[in-house]
Design a protein around this ligand. Structure first.
Ligand code: SF4
Length: 206
């Protein structure tokens, strides 16, 4: 697994927990509002990568100060060894949270089956009809729907979320997204960080 970044302590990435955040390298989407552009290529220069063993070693020494680890990205579910990383985090005693774009339901199903996740946060980026424009790729909407259903019936704490960029999503679009959220599942909007947007045309959007 390629790790493109590590945040040693976060109070806001996992509700109710003091967590480290591990950012995996590579994403299959190109959302124009993405604020993690450096994490999108599947590969990165060696000096930009953080060895997994170094992270686990640091976490091993921070037990008692942190109680959770968030695996974010990039898109973590693209990595075949994600289950191994999560299992090792749980063995160290950390609660685990996954941030995902929902494009890999087979991986999500396997993680849920093996009880490797304590919390999932999944982006629902747009109404189905405009998903491609908002993600910058030909988006696998059927796979995303499948992932939504998996989360909704998992029994594992989870949330769906949308980054609201007013120039990309109208209020009608937001209503359509809300209508697609499984009943009973938490849903919230998350802030758009314009200054770091992947598409420079959005960097001054409000
Ligand atoms: S916002 Fe998330 S899914 Fe979209 S390109 Fe960035 S990392 Fe990938």
């Amino acid at each position: 697994m390629l790790i493109g970044g590590y945040q040693p302590c976060s109070l806001c990435d996992y509700p109710g927990h003091v967590a480290a955040v591990i950012f995996t390298q590579g994403c299959n989407f190109r959302c124009p509002f993405c604020h993690n552009g450096a994490l999108l290529p599947a590969a990165a220069p060696a000096e930009c990568l953080v060895p997994v063993e170094d992270i686990l070693d640091r976490l091993r020494h921070r037990r008692g100060q942190l109680d959770a680890a968030v695996v974010s990205g990039g898109e973590p579910t693209l990595h075949a060894d994600l289950p191994d990383l999560l299992a090792r985090l749980k063995t160290l005693g950390f609660a685990t949270k996954l941030d995902t774009n929902g494009s890999q339901p087979a991986m999500i199903r396997a993680l849920l089956r093996d009880k490797l996740l304590d919390y999932l946060a999944m982006d629902v980026k747009a109404p189905w009809a405009t998903y491609d424009a908002v993600t910058g790729v030909h988006a696998p909407t059927e796979a995303i729907r499948e992932s939504m259903a998996l989360l909704a019936r998992s029994g594992v704490p989870h949330a769906f979320r949308t980054t609201w960029v007013p120039t990309l999503l109208s209020r009608d679009d937001l209503a359509a997204i809300r209508g697609a959220i499984p009943p009973g599942s938490p849903y919230h909007l998350q802030p758009f960080r314009a200054a770091a947007a992947l598409d420079p045309r959005l960097r001054h959007a409000v």
